[in-house]
Design a protein around this ligand. Sequence first.
Ligand SMILES: Nc1nc2c(ncn2[C@@H]2O[C@H](COP(=O)(O)OP(=O)(O)OP(=O)(O)O)[C@@H](O)[C@H]2O)c(=O)[nH]1
Ligand SMILES: [Mg+2]
Length: 427
Amino acid sequence: MVKSFQAKRKALGLVVNFETEKGAQTFISLDSEKEEFISIARTVGFQITTCWEYSVRNPFSRYFLGKGKVKEIKNYIDDHPEIDCILIDFEVSPSQQRNLEDYWEMPIYTKNAIIHQIFALRACTAEGKIRVELAQLQYQLSRLTGRGKQFSRTGGGIGTRGPGEQRLEKDRRKVQKRITFLNHEIERIQKQKEVQKSLRKARKVPVVAIVGYTNAGKSTLLNAITGAKVYVKDQFFATLDPVTRRAFLPEVGETVFTDTVGFIREMPPTIKEAFWATLEETKEADLILEILDVSHPDYFSHFQTINQTLSEIGLDQFSKIVVLNKVDLLSDLPRLEKEIRENDHVFISAQKEKGIEKLLSLISYRLQNQIQKLSFEVSWSELGKIEKEIPRYGYIKDLEAKEEGRVKIECAVRKEKVEHLQRILSK
Ligand SMILES: Nc1nc2c(ncn2[C@@H]2O[C@H](COP(=O)(O)OP(=O)(O)OP(=O)(O)O)[C@@H](O)[C@H]2O)c(=O)[nH]1
Ligand SMILES: [Mg+2]
């Protein structure tokens, strides 16, 4: 299992800057990388008291870092007894981790292990918990595989399977079996969801998905729009499971809004695999709200990460609106508004509920190309039936009593449902 952490531990943080070929581009500064690493660590209760950075061109096989650096760190931790663990923002092999832990005489936690732990702490639904366990097991399996070579050397001679490797083989099989079981569980839950989804599809309610970097304010926006009470916290990955709520939009009618798991730079592949499936629902969306914390110094790099992730999931061609959130924290909003003058960008403060009206009217406008306005008359006796039918894929704007027991209805319905409604009216 991935090691469990105790809260409030003082840690030394190590960040590695991989020296790249000349001309290689990075969108995030080392300071920001450190800042993000410190925030990730804080989320699970570590306090990074000092964060050091090292440049690495080619990792060394024994300790990943060079012997001189490893010794320098050892001297530092010997002089600072308050430090009781080391956090590293890079992945080392299991044997390198063991060598470093032996040398430094304290536990090491990698950034990937910490992110797995955050997900484990946050998961609250049955599905979320299964996905976290799947991610953890996949992570464990990848590490068991790496460790095999090391053990076989100490176990038996060349060409034989030593006791170490046999045990590992057993561990691997056990983990693999559990993964297969959990995958079946996910499939079962997925089937139940399909039923709900097809019901929603039959009703043709427009769906708007909210996606973005972690901590950008996705849940706060969902709450502001729909009055939902989704958990909001200044921490990474507060939301893991997609949350769906409804709101009424003028000119469109009932609309479903979906909050999703946040994105982050260098998401561990095991977490990606387990959680991006939850973004599958986003593919059903009619519109995507791509939300950015515009007060964050790295918001442009976040924007890059979101777009890259959307393209990996196959959502980059979707109709979207870019929502620039947390403008209340900006000292010079007018300057930014001048700089970013795009039709599909909206500045808001989800927390202070500023700009929400403008955003909603843009959403309505964008959804309206799927909506057709209709006006017709029915008899009073038919009215009850029609009043039940229309909200399934639109809404009634106005009713007007006419002569000879007739009522004029003005409504807006999804375009693909117009024929269906006309058939009902002609019966
Ligand atoms: N000042 C300010 N803070 C905001 C605004 N919107 C959200 N926040 C704060 O930002 C933090 C993160 O908000 P969430 O809504 O939980 O963010 P999220 O994108 O859902 O985050 P994850 O679920 O963790 O990915 C919370 O402390 C919010 O109160 C805003 O417009 N202005
Ligand atoms: Mg959230």
